[in-house]
Design a protein around this ligand. Structure first.
Ligand SMILES: C[S@@+](CC[C@H](N)C(=O)[O-])C[C@H]1O[C@@H](n2cnc3c(N)ncnc32)[C@H](O)[C@@H]1O
Length: 249
């Protein structure tokens, strides 16, 4: 990676990124669903203090954090060339590890709509990581078409209302160049025999009301209809509760 400090780019109107479309960035607003439903997990100043613990993230994922993180990282590859985009920050060490897989002279950009989450990520990265941290809404990225070689979305889509999830996927498909890869790790409808199926689905429907969409529908349902992918592969984990969907544009 290029030898720059992790840089938290300015938020709001003056926000720029090496992949910007050249159009002036719109003011980034915190979406209503985050403030209403996920205030306790991401927005409140105490959220980071409580949740930035790997054992807790692992507990929430029933001990599957490392396996899912490593499955995502394996898709990115050991020496990822060009520009890589991570859409939304994640508690735990996914991004520091991803950063180590970026080839010399190549770049990793991470977007999130919440400055508190970008600041938290900045603290987890080495000062010479060279990662660009950019405040953006995933549903209106504002980057130029085809500006990224690959993108990673780790447990973002189940948190978004359907219209936002569709726009996020449409934006990610737009900014990843033809031939580029989109790696998504998220919830999936568990197998009938999975003992967690009923209690977990009830709990998630209460705490994370949009997660039910991924139990009812295949993630592919939310992809833009006007894009043909050259390959779509899916693997499920932990009795079907989690999935990795890999799309090649
Ligand atoms: C990737 S998701 C869930 C990650 C996972 N639960 C974990 O362990 O952290 C959480 C992040 O998504 C971000 N986020 C949610 N909606 C967003 C949006 N529309 N645009 C950009 N970031 C968003 C939140 O601010 C938060 O930092």
């Amino acid at each position: 990676m290029s030898d720059m400090a992790a840089k938290l780019l300015e938020t709001g109107d003056s926000c720029t990124s090496p992949a910007d479309s050249g159009k002036p960035a719109r003011r980034v607003r915190v979406p209503a669903y985050l403030k209403k439903i996920y205030w306790w997990a991401y927005v409140h100043p105490n959220a980071v203090r409580v949740f930035e613990r790997e054992w807790l993230v692992n507990l929430i994922l029933f001990g599957n954090y490392s396996a899912l993180r490593d499955a995502a990282l394996a898709e990115i590859g050991e020496q990822a060339p060009g520009l890589t985009l991570q859409v939304a920050c994640v508690y735990g060490d996914l991004t520091p590890k991803l950063c180590n897989q970026i080839a010399e002279g190549s770049e990793l950009h991470v977007v999130d709509v919440l400055p508190i989450q970008l600041q938290n990520l900045q603290r987890k990265l080495a000062t010479d990581s060279g990662v660009s941290l950019i405040q953006r809404d995933s549903s209106a990225l504002g980057f130029a078409d085809g500006s990224y070689d690959r993108a990673l979305l780790f447990f973002l889509l189940h948190e978004q209302p359907e219209n936002v999830r569709r726009r996020t996927l449409s934006e990610v498909c737009r900014v990843v160049k033809p031939g580029g890869k989109i790696v998504i790790v998220d919830y999936h409808r568990p197998a009938r025999w999975n003992l967690l199926r009923v209690p977990l689905m009830a709990l998630l429907r209460w705490l994370e009301p949009y997660a039910g969409d991924l139990f009812g529908n295949a993630l592919e349902c939310y992809l833009p209809r006007d894009i043909q992918f050259s390959s779509v592969t899916k693997k499920t984990y932990f009795g079907g509760l989690y999935q990795k969907l890999v799309l090649t544009r």
